[in-house]
Design a protein around this ligand. Structure first.
Ligand SMILES: Nc1nc2c(ncn2[C@@H]2O[C@H](COP(=O)(O)OP(=O)(O)OP(=O)(O)O)[C@@H](O)[C@H]2O)c(=O)[nH]1
Ligand SMILES: [Mg+2]
Length: 333
């Protein structure tokens, strides 16, 4: 199985779920072994997690492109007559059957790979926001749980040739008790598990019907923590939404809370377009910083520069050691 950047979905497995590698050929005369069967390489998108369906064990997590693993080995071919020949048994009729190849039932799960995850209560304007900053067209309506499936949107910032982009995931809203299955539950939170940054939307208008935006913030944080994916520790920006119809007291109390927690607060109105470009650029900037930090961690440390004289000395001493070792080896024989 191999991860490929050219695949975005697992749909090719839906209609073709069974894959069998070619069987090897029979051995032939003149002590020839049969040709090996061709392997089958199953391509999966980056972000696929492979589970063994029977044991539930995680087989592999394809986090990078071009990762390759063997999920089922081919069987070993049996030995032919010649392997049973002895000096007194020159033309043996004995032979050995080949072993069957490995067979496995796997479950594939694809996680969305987004840079920014939008989280918050239902109806706070997550889908409206993604539709304003990207080309995504999710369903938007004035009732909770409009979004039933995650949506992805690509946000482009800057002008060509220096433009940059990042991917935003809009997921269904969360409510208190989501981790116990309330509302649509927390099943969609695994889609933001791999995001670099969370944008936590809080409705500061009176449309939410909830009196305290700080409580809203705490409830969602509690739900993020309860799923046990470490989401509450992710970098986060807070977005006060529906600023065109905001309740000033709610905005003030949210500002105070964010200041206390040292979290950046962006006040936006997706409908009026207020604060949207600032938020778009701020998210892009933070994503770029987090990406750069991750790249720096991945890079191996540069080898230390050694002066040519020192390098020569080191090589000579290494040679001396190997000569000594060879001498000791000869003596021990
Ligand atoms: N006045 C005003 N209304 C907004 C704003 N943003 C969103 N809305 C309205 O709020 C309602 C809910 O918006 P959605 O974008 O569907 O909210 P959501 O968070 O995606 O909701 P779920 O998918 O149910 O979780 C819609 O009627 C929007 O028109 C805003 O900035 N100002
Ligand atoms: Mg929505």
């Amino acid at each position: 199985m191999e991860s490929s950047q050219r695949h975005n979905t697992l749909v090719h497995f839906r209609f073709n779920p069974e894959h069998k590698a070619e069987r090897g050929r029979h051995g032939e005369g003149s002590n020839c072994t049969g040709r090996d069967g061709e392997s089958v390489v199953l391509k999966v998108p980056v972000g696929t997690i492979v589970y063994d369906k029977e044991t539930g064990e995680k087989v592999h997590d394809f986090a990078q492109p071009d990762e390759r693993i063997i999920v089922a080995h081919g069987g070993r071919g049996g030995r032919g007559n010649q392997h049973f020949a002895t000096s007194t048994h020159r033309a043996p009729r004995e032979h050995e059957q080949g072993k069957p190849g490995g067979e496995r039932v796997l479950r594939l799960e694809l996680k969305l790979l987004a840079d920014v995850g939008l989280v918050g209560y239902p109806n706070v304007g997550k889908s409206t926001l993604i539709s304003r900053i990207s080309a995504a067209h999710p369903k938007i309506a004035d009732y909770p749980f409009t979004t039933l499936q995650p949506n992805l949107g690509v946000v482009t910032i800057g002008e060509p040739p220096h433009e940059d982009s990042y991917v935003v995931a809009d997921i269904p809203g969360l409510i208190e008790g989501a981790h116990t299955g309330a509302g649509l539950g927390t099943q969609f939170l695994r889609h933001v598990e791999r995001t670099r940054l969370l944008a936590h939307l809080i409705d500061v208008s009176d449309a939410s019907g909830r009196p305290d935006p700080v409580k809203d913030f705490k409830v969602i944080m509690g739900e993020l923590e309860s799923v046990g994916l470490g989401l509450e520790k992710k970098p986060m920006v807070v977005v006060a939404s529906k600023m065109d119809v905001a309740n000033p007291e709610k905005v003030a109390s949210l500002r105070k809370h964010c200041k206390k927690l040292k979290l950046d607060l962006y006040e936006v109105s997706a409908v009026a377009g207020k604060g949207i470009p600032e938020l778009k650029y701020a998210l892009g900037k933070q994503v770029a910083e987090i990406r750069a930090a991750a790249c720096a961690l991945d890079k191996p440390a540069a080898p230390k520069k050694v002066s040519p004289r020192k390098a020569k000395k080191r090589a000579e001493s290494a040679k001396r050691v190997s000569k000594q070792a060879a001498f000791k080896k000869r003596q021990s024989r």
